[in-house]
Design a protein around this ligand. Structure first.
Ligand code: HXC
Length: 508
């Protein structure tokens, strides 16, 4: 009996060694942790339960039958993050470069199936040379099996991808279909075709980092939602994100203990809006002052800064925030910000996370690049996302809410539950000057200036909208946290559903 136990320990020890000490050292030399070290840091200490530690590939081509390492290049299983269950797979670059074989894919699929059945998030740690070249089409089939599960799991359990090494070719499409992608600066990249192919086909010379590094995907393409300095930071931030999310669409996000008075008065907010309506101010200040303990988890911080998206808690409960940012492009909506906010709104709605919308929007950004780029369709995504969302929606207009953008930003007409405005709000079809220039076309500059003043005093306020019931209440800025907290508290049993349909046809 003792021998049998010792043999199990031996087999385990060998499996834990992955591709061996030399390759582990090479991994560390690149500033990367190993697959198992990552799992250890991601999960609560001692909580990891591994599956399929001894699974090995079945390939017999290219002499592969002589090299069948236990685990086949991916560590899979489940554990907890702050006591809550998650499933995880972590590709082991030290075993055949973390490449995906038929059995490697089967291991991933097994935990994805369990996650879907048992209602818990899937966290995928990607560090792989792509399809296992020796296995050919069997490997491609494995990818497709994973893709199909990503699609089925979408909107059912949260899916988070960490890119911690190479992720190239068709392999990128699994992370692309998950809810959030986090990358590590300088050691990870994602692209459909690498620099060599790019050079051959388009004659462009580009490094892997320039083509698909963390900077590229968080600032230019918006494929990724966050970039972190190293593996440790990315894993710690993933734990922080998980705390904001429900385990599945059958559950609510957890309520965390809080030590911040929901009725906290913030007198500084009374002077947040500058006297000059064209002067920007930082909307993040408002978000931080509304949040429990000023804790804000921002999503896509480095992309389309004219809209801010992320999670806060109010009375310990998760709230998704979407806010125009006057310091970037005057807070205009454009193609990028509409796409960014629309995807975020849909995530919140899919997982029953209430949405707080903070509005200061002068309209949609004009220009040929916007129109040629299809701002009509992209803007419609945000409109559609807000209009179909059935979660509690609380909106606060701090300053401008002009034109179509007023409608889009979770207005009353899109089933906003509480639509508040500060006394500084200007809710109108457009800015006063533009409006008077159209109505009084041909008049002298002095007349226009005078009429502009008239228009401002008539329309540059929240009261016309409040008279019509489009604004439920004009509130004092200093009491915004209390008002918003009470609004969300009153909506905890909200029930709203959309007409039956197979699925909608959001303007993609
Ligand atoms: C099998 C692979 C592999 C692969 C790497 N290895 N990629 N084995 N299949 N796809 C092995 C190497 O042979 C090596 O084994 C070990 O992993 C580490 O690789 P290195 O090249 O030494 O590492 P590094 O210099 O860091 O380069 C990493 C790399 C490079 C850039 C990922 O390995 C690479 O270009 N690999 C091939 C990438 C590729 O063409 N993949 C298929 C793409 S097609 P030893 O024994 O020496 O340690 C694809 C389609 C997916 O993915 C479609 C889905 C629908």
């Amino acid at each position: 009996m003792k021998d049998i136990l010792a043999e199990l320990e031996d087999r385990r020890a060998t499996a834990r060694q992955g591709g061996g000490a030399r390759r582990i050292d090479a991994q560390h030399a690149k500033g990367k942790l190993t697959a198992r070290e990552r799992v250890e840091l991601l999960l609560d200490e001692g909580s990891f339960e591994e599956f399929d530690m001894f699974m090995a590939h079945r390939c017999t081509d290219f002499g592969m039958e002589k090299d069948r390492p236990s685990g086949d290049g991916v560590v899979t299983g489940w554990g907890t993050v702050n006591g809550r269950q998650v499933y995880v797979f972590s590709q082991d670059f030290t075993v055949f470069g973390g490449s995906l074989s038929e059995t490697h894919a089967q291991k991933i699929c097994k935990i994805m199936d369990m996650a879907l059945q048992n209602g818990a998030p899937v966290i995928g740690i990607n560090d792989s040379g792509g399809a296992r070249i020796q296995e050919g089409v069997a490997s491609l089939a494995g990818y497709a099996e994973v893709f199909q599960r990503n699609i089925m799991a979408s909107g059912v359990v949260p899916q988070i991808s960490l890119i911690m090494g190479p992720c190239a070719g068709g392999a990128v499409y699994s992370p692309a279909m998950t809810d959030f992608i986090f990358m590590v600066k300088d050691s990870s990249y994602m692209f459909v075709t690498g620099p060599d192919v790019v050079k051959t086909v388009t004659n462009e010379v580009v490094t892997a980092e320039e083509l698909g590094g963390a900077g590229t995907h968080t600032k230019k393409s918006s494929v990724a939602d966050g970039a972190y300095e190293n593996d440790v930071e990315a894993l710690a931030e993933t734990r922080r994100l998980i705390d904001f999310l429900p385990l599945s669409n059958r559950e609510r996000a957890p309520t965390r203990p809080f030590f911040d008075d929901p009725a906290r008065i913030e007198n500084s907010l009374d002077t947040l809006i500058p006297d000059n309506p064209n002067q920007p101010y930082d909307m993040k200040e408002l978000i931080l002052k509304l949040a429990d303990e000023g804790d804000f988890f921002e999503i896509q911080r480095d992309f389309a800064g004219n809209v801010i998206t992320g999670f806060i808690r109010i009375e310990g409960r998760s709230v998704g925030v979407v806010a125009n940012q006057p310091t970037v492009l005057a807070g205009c909506l454009d193609i990028d910000s509409s796409r960014k906010a629309a995807r975020f709104v849909r995530f919140c709605d899919a997982f029953e996370i209430p949405i707080l919308t903070l509005v200061d929007v002068p309209g949609f950004l004009p220009g040929t690049s916007q129109e040629y780029g299809g701002v009509i369709k992209h803007g419609a995504k945000l409109l559609f996302a807000y209009g179909e969302a059935t979660v509690p929606k609380v909106t606060v207009i701090t300053r401008k809410a002009y034109g179509g953008a007023y409608d889009v930003m979770a207005s009353k007409h899109l089933r906003g539950d509480f639509n508040y405005a500060w006394p500084t709000a200007e809710i109108a079809v457009m800015g006063a000057k533009g409006a008077t220039e159209i109505i009084y076309r041909g008049k002298t500059a002095e007349e226009i200036a005078e009429r502009t003043k008239e228009y401002e005093s008539r329309f540059a306020n929240p009261f016309v909208a409040a008279e019509k019931g489009f604004i439920d209440e004009v509130i004092m800025p200093h009491s915004t946290r209390r008002r918003v907290a009470r609004a969300f508290a009153s909506l905890r049993s909200k029930k709203l559903s959309n007409p039956w349909k197979k699925h909608d046809n959001i303007p993609l």
